[in-house]
Each structure stands twice: as C-alpha cells, then as structure tokens.
Design a protein around this ligand. Structure first.
Ligand code: SAM
Length: 253
C-alpha cells in the first residue's frame, strides 16, 4: 500500500497526541535500546527522541515515502526499511513502541507474543491502535465499495484489524509483570471542507483509493464524500466533529 506523508501530516497534532499519551505511560527512565515500529514520517519517533535523548533509537517502516520523510527530519535515530511481521532483531530492546501501526497486521496474537520475546526483562511493549472501524467513517467506505460498479475490484481490499481490550489482555497477561490497557474517544474538531475525508484519505481509505483509478476513483470518492457529509454534518461554526476511538496497551515483561 502506498502512503503520502504530506496527506498523513495534514492532521499532525491530532495524530501525534495519542502517541504522546501512550508514551506518558511507559515507565522506563533511561532505556538503552528503543525502536518505533511503523514509525511513519517520524512524528512519533521525535517524541521518543525528546523523552530519551541518550537512548539508541531506531525507526522501522515498510513505506519508502514515509522513511524518506523521516530521514529528511533532524530526528536522531537509525531508520530501517522493514516489515513488522517478519522483523527479527539481532538484539533485545528495552522499549518496543508502535503507535497507530499494528492495526494493519493480521495474526496479531502471534505477533504480540513474538514482540514480547524481543524485550529485555522488564522491557516494555507499548502500542496504540484505532478502534473505530465500525464507525460511519470506516463503515461507509466499505459500503460504497460494495455497492458500486467497482465492487468486484474492491472485494479483496484488506480490512484493518479491530482489536479489543479483552483480546489483548488475554494474549499478553501470561507474558507480563504489569499490563496497562485503556481506551478513549477523542472528540476531534476538524476545520475545512470534507474534513473527515481528508483525515481518512491519509490512512484507512488508502487501500480503496490505491485499487481504483481515473473516473471510477472520482465516482467512488464523490459518493463516499456525500455519505460522509450526511454522517458528519458541519456544526454552526462550520467545524466538523469526528469522534475517534483509540485503544492503548503498555505491557511490561
Ligand atoms: C498511521 S501511520 C503511523 C505513523 C506514526 N507511528 C504515528 O504515530 O503517527 C502507520 C505506519 O505504519 C506503517 N506500516 C504499516 N504496515 C506495516 C508493516 N507491515 N511493516 C512496517 N510498517 C508498516 C505504514 O507504512 C505507516 O507509516
């Protein structure tokens, strides 16, 4: 799947706030080895660099466009091109951090067990995943995909994985000395036209957009935008409210 760092960072503050709130619950004072999995353009890695200026910090991502942006930043980290599920580190980490990345991956139970095994004793796996895939923003992109002339082409567009607090608890509890899980809804107040569309076109909508081209893509976008406008009507101030649920996990080995 291709990513566009510029579109993604259109909402940098809103996208980085949960990264900071996840990091705030990681207890490590001065970890030696820290990695940001699915580091994207480096917005989450920058927080880790600020919190732990002496750590050996790495960022890993499968998107060259995102990594290019990260490498152009002044963030003090070593950047790796790689795929999280097949990542096999040669050393153990004090902190493995993944903000808004693991929801793209299947077989999460297996993956989480593996990531825990890559930690030093008392090391921490901290991750945050969006859990709003049944909200109109994401439901409507699937509905429009299933109803139009593009239905056959979009049939196999992969869905993101919807994690649950209980599911993560059951997998991680036997492997952890401490486990902190919480879920929250951010009432995001967005400005400008088609605000929810602009938000999802930086993330969840990308697999659908990537599978279409030309006039068909335009027609899909038109229909999706019109359904979004009905689901998320502009307020009197012309702002759009976009409630967004996120699930956080901090697991200490
Ligand atoms: C929503 S962005 C998150 C960026 C950043 N961590 C943040 O907090 O805003 C998700 C990132 O995960 C990366 N990603 C998705 N699947 C991946 C995989 N299998 N392996 C490595 N990176 C992956 C994408 O390329 C993208 O940069």
């Amino acid at each position: 799947m291709s990513w566009d760092p510029k579109v993604y960072l259109d909402f940098e503050d809103e996208r980085t706030r949960p990264a900071a709130e996840l990091l705030a619950r990681v207890p490590q004072k001065s970890p030696e080895h820290v990695i940001d999995l699915g580091c994207g353009p480096g917005n989450s890695t920058a927080l880790l660099a600020r919190r732990w200026p002496k750590s050996k910090l790495e960022g890993l991502d499968s998107s060259e466009a995102m990594l290019d942006q990260a490498r152009r930043s002044a963030i003090r980290a070593t950047w790796h091109s790689g795929d999280i599920p097949s990542w096999k580190p040669a050393k153990r980490y004090d902190v493995i951090y993944a903000n808004a990345a693991l929801h793209w991956l299947d077989k999460q139970d297996e993956l989480l067990r593996r990531l825990m095994s890559y930690l030093e004793p008392k090391g921490v796996l901290a991750f945050q995943v969006p859990v709003n895939f049944n909200e109109p923003s994401h439901r409507l992109m699937r509905e429009v995909a299933a109803e139009g002339p593009w239905a056959a082409r979009l049939k196999n567009v992969r869905n993101m994985v919807l994690g649950t607090a209980e599911g993560y608890y059951d997998v991680l509890e036997p492997l952890t000395a401490a486990l902190d899980i919480w879920q929250t809804t951010y009432l995001q107040v967005l400005t400008g036209d088609d605000a929810v569309y602009r938000w999802v076109s930086g993330t969840g909508l990308r697999p659908f957009l990537n599978a279409l081209e030309g006039s068909e893509r335009e027609a899909y976008v038109r229909e999706y935008k019109s359904r979004l406008a009905a689901a998320y009507p502009a307020r009197a101030s012309a702002k759009t409210l976009f409630p967004f649920q996120r699930l956080f996990v901090v697991a200490t080995r």
